[in-house]
Design a protein around this ligand. Structure first.
Ligand SMILES: C[S@@+](CC[C@H](N)C(=O)[O-])C[C@H]1O[C@@H](n2cnc3c(N)ncnc32)[C@H](O)[C@@H]1O
Length: 281
């Protein structure tokens, strides 16, 4: 779809259906630019938790790398499945799920080049299965996975995160682990700018009104949902998980790269990413 007018950025309510369909269309339209802009930083088969560059190979939030072998892992909002490809290389059996067909086409393109793409949910070790679907209604049987993960996928974009977390809990086996990263809630009180203008508080941290970009008819074309840190913890617990750790990666000296509002300047002063390490009973 071509966008004749620049969308208007606002804060207003946006429910599940509107958020999901706006974001599906947005990611389909913008996947090519996104992969062009961020593909090098993400790497074709690297598992990065966010713009700080925290690497799962170093962080081990899903558990020791040696124990990933043969683990059935669901990646939610996988984009071009960079994280899943890294997991496959460790011997895991990842399934990469995303709402956007175009993002998954990039996953297929990169996977074809690397020879690591599968279809359906039955990919063996070394392969990545790609599944198009909504994190709010996972097309998998109960207890299908040992682990679930998401690096900025789905959860920042959904109106009902508890529904997604309950779905993930359902498809995880008992004591299975979920690790997910989102924009750090404190960022919502500041303008999304990488420079000094992004250091002045301009909104209430407590204002949960979604960020919406809408076209001239008022139809949402992009939606992000704000939750406070307390909300996120409560969501995890309400969905039936125990919170094992909450990681706030610090900006490392080696990373000089800006990503939207994330920058070395802001990264030295305020957290940009929150990573929730959860286990189901
Ligand atoms: C910022 S990308 C994260 C992907 C990857 N980790 C990365 O860093 O590029 C967000 C992804 O979440 C997907 N997404 C958004 N809402 C979703 C939903 N409700 N269900 C599944 N995927 C969703 C988008 O299509 C997009 O590919």
């Amino acid at each position: 779809m071509s966008q004749d007018h620049e969308p208007e950025a606002t804060r207003r309510e946006s429910g599940e259906t509107e958020s999901s369909s706006a974001n599906r269309a947005w990611w389909d339209r913008n996947a090519d630019d996104y992969q062009r802009e961020h593909g090098d930083f993400l790497g074709d088969h690297r598992f990065v938790w966010g713009p700080e560059g925290l690497d799962e190979a170093d962080a081990g939030l899903l558990g020791p790398v040696a124990e990933l072998r043969e683990r059935r892992v669901l990646e939610i909002g996988a984009g071009a499945a960079q994280c899943s490809r890294w997991l496959a290389e460790q011997g895991a059996r990842p399934v990469a799920l995303d709402l956007s067909h175009r993002q998954l086409q990039h996953a297929r393109r990169i996977g074809d080049q690397a020879g690591t793409v599968g279809t359906g949910s039955g990919g063996g070790a070394g392969a990545v299965a790609l599944v198009e679907g909504d994190a709010g209604a996972l097309p998998f049987a109960a207890g299908s996975f040992d682990l679930a993960c998401s690096a900025y996928g789905a959860l920042p974009f959904v109106a009902d995160p508890v529904r997604v977390l309950r779905e993930v809990r359902r498809v995880l086996r008992p004591h299975g682990r979920l690790v997910f990263s989102v924009t750090h809630p404190v960022r919502w009180a500041f303008p999304d700018e990488p420079g000094p203008e992004g250091l002045t508080l301009t909104a209430s941290y407590f204002d949960r009104t979604p960020y919406v970009e809408q076209d001239e008819s008022g139809r949402a074309v992009y939606v992000e949902h704000h939750r406070t840190m307390g909300d996120r913890v409560r969501d995890v617990v309400t969905a039936g998980f125990r919170l094992m750790d909450l990681v706030e990666p610090e900006w490392p000296a080696w990373n000089r790269q800006e990503w939207g509002g994330w920058s070395p300047l802001r990264g030295a002063l305020i957290p940009g990413t929150a990573i929730f390490v959860c286990e189901r009973d």
